[in-house]
Design a protein around this ligand. Sequence first.
Ligand code: TYD
Ligand code: MG
Length: 454
Amino acid sequence: MAKPLTFTCTACGVGASKWSGRCDACGEWNSIIEEKPLSASGPASKSLGALRGKPVPLSDLATREAPPPRTLSGMDELDRVLGGGLVPASATLVGGDPGIGKSTLLLQAAAKFALAGLKTIYVSGEEASAQVRMRAQRLGLEKAPVKLATETNLRDILTTLEAEKPDLAIIDSIQTMWADNVESAPGSVAQVRAAAHELTTFAKRTGVSVILVGHVTKEGQIAGPRVVEHMVDTVIYFEGERGHQFRILRAVKNRFGPAQEIGVFEMTGDGLAEVVNPSALFLSSRDKPAPGSVVFAGIEGTRPVLVEFQALVSPSPHSQPRRTVVGWDGSRLAMILAVLEARCGIPFTGLDVYLNVAGGMKVSEPAADLAVAAALLSAREDVAIPPDTVVFGEISLSGALRPVGQTENRLKESSKLGFTGAIAPAGTKAAAMAGMSLREVSDLVTFVGETFGA
Ligand code: TYD
Ligand code: MG
């Protein structure tokens, strides 16, 4: 008989039969703890049940069920990330580091949804009602028609929700909830899973929209939000760099809208303010040409966002030169350095390389390859890319450049922000735009030769 899985990773929830220092599934260190698996409730019934899950033709559903009516909060940045408003009976997870502003965001959202006509209950398991009220005062929301409950017992919460029949219930946070039929401590993987399961099934059964808050945890004993990602319809992460006041709300999974959609906020003295034009925010002042700085015309979800890549290349005093990346993928940087060296004959050996995305933004699009290469070369050669030019395009290992999608959106946004030129791969399909010139390059070698004369 296989050994029972009595160990669980608190970061990703995967079970293991023995303890180890590092989770094989997600690579997290010190996240594996011993925990009893959830016991099944009673032996499985032998006879087959009535025909409950009777299949119906897909075409029937389409005619019978209209798309769910969504509610807009009026916070555009939030509504867009939700996929165009809040869907009834949906379960949404909002994850993020402690202190990033999840409770602030959700209290503001609760007030907005309540004003939009949803009966809203905010359940806080972390703060006393006086604390939540103080925060509401600070945010100028003390008059909002939101009901507040401070409770951690899941059974009590579900009873309250059954009785109150709200349209929206916000649970802050899922790690503080505990189900009394589960033996382990609050915050454990079993508890967090059980609570999330109960709350999501409650949402489906009653039509109440549920928003769960989950802390991203660093130390092992508390389960992280990834443990419940698969149970909910929408997974949103609230990100930001310490020292930056910008916060980015990012949909990583959404059954009701596009994933990777972002909303941008700024943390101010009285709560989160929406940032309507994030491109302007992520670009530092760019009047003088600066070597190493390149503007990338990116797409986040459905929206174009311009971001600035900054590179610094300097002789290394170390035997192993440094490769430091903030806001982009480190292995992707290594790949581009390798392509520059192998295909263009430009070595970075003996040089420290630093790459940063300005403003605390994180970029994951491969379309940023060419902008990164341009920033690296510009820093290495000490030659600035013209400051009124944006760059985008994917680099393949052969050194060829590949066109990327949504070119017109990228160009439009660039033109809107005063850029007059773009460098992009040959074959980029884009209608000519007034005031915007497009320079097409077929491969990296040509780009390097033309731009840096190397
Ligand atoms: P909070 O919403 O409590 O974070 P989380 O729920 O994700 O743990 O936010 C905490 C931080 O936000 C705290 O450091 C103070 C700051 N803050 C402001 O700067 N302005 C405000 O109006 C509020 C309410 C909080
Ligand atoms: Mg909080």
